[in-house]
Design a protein around this ligand. Structure first.
Ligand code: HH2
Length: 280
């Protein structure tokens, strides 16, 4: 079970991504086979991940929806096999579907990562009944239409207010506030400029009083700045990880765990350093 340390501690904690999908934007098809996904999760644990996030549906812009039965077929065997091998880390299931969450939790998953922040009342019920921790991520619309909804006057304030509403909705559905983690959803219903502005203003989201998770890994806002292709965005990802941790993010969600863990630890050491009195 996910420990209180992972909620109350300052972090930084690293969530390693395991995409059991044919079409994820950066690693689609590599871990669709459950054996390959399990091996990848074990590798991420060796690299120092604090949790792994197993997903069976790509949320890249315009991704086609996946039926619940297919998503269960992709995700549940991975969770089952990891638990059968005594996998030591919390396992998160990256889903917006109640049936998938229910099946994954029954198979041994510990928390739910929902890019739609429990917009589906049935999923909220599943999470509340299980007493499972949940990541509430900010998005508008769905991956199919989110790009058209990336219209903000003040992106940081609006994301903060919409996350506050998501938190209130979760609590109304019976999800304990203490079991929530909030995520501004970089790249979801956001242009590159919006994602950069969120990182610049991330500290303002700490006012919501819950741990923050940030997922910059390999995303297009990084490519927009550096021109790097998806597979060459690690340096840009590490810059974003460092900025997020410095601004107070407790969690980062990444593909490249070993490198991100080092970047996050250095950023946290800087965050926590007490400046020595310099020469006058
Ligand atoms: N980003 C992606 C998927 N899930 N969950 C949270 N909480 N935060 C994020 O930023 C986030 C997320 C997209 O990345 P990835 O899983 O690599 O790609 P895909 O959705 O194409 O599988």
């Amino acid at each position: 079970m996910i420990g209180t340390r992972l909620f109350d501690g300052p972090g930084p904690f690293v969530m390693g991504i395991v995409n059991a999908t044919p079409d994820s934007f950066s690693d689609g098809g590599r871990f669709l086979d459950p054996g390959a996904a399990v091996d990848h999760a074990l590798r991420l644990a060796e690299e120092g991940a604090d949790a792994v996030d197993v997903g069976g549906e790509s949320t890249r812009p315009g991704a086609p929806p996946v039926a619940a039965a297919e998503e269960i077929r992709r995700v549940v065997p991975v969770v089952e096999r990891l638990r059968a091998r005594g996998f030591p880390l919390p396992i998160s299931v990256d889903t917006s579907k109640a049936e998938v969450a229910r099946a994954a939790l029954a198979a041994g998953a510990d928390l739910v990562n929902d890019v739609r922040a429990l917009a589906d009342p049935e999923l909220a019920r599943v999470v509340a009944e299980a007493g499972a921790p949940v990541v509430l991520m900010h998005m508008r619309g769905t991956p199919a239409d989110m790009a058209a909804r990336a219209v903000y006057r003040d992106v940081v304030a609006e994301v903060r207010d919409e996350l506050a509403a998501a938190l209130a909705r979760a609590e109304a559905a019976g999800v304990a506030r203490e079991r929530t983690i909030l995520d501004p959803g970089l790249g979801f219903a956001k242009t590159a400029e919006h994602s950069l502005a969120i990182l610049a203003g991330l500290a303002a989201l700490k006012a919501l009083g819950r741990p923050l998770l940030v997922g910059p890994s390999r995303k297009s806002f990084i490519g927009k700045v550096t021109g790097a292709r998806v597979e060459a965005r690690l340096p840009g990802t590490l810059a974003a990880v460092a900025v997020a941790v410095l601004a107070g993010a407790a969690w980062v969600r990444v593909h490249d765990v070993a490198a991100a863990r080092e970047a996050a630890r250095v950023a946290a050491a800087i965050r926590d350093a007490v400046p020595a009195a310099g020469p006058r």
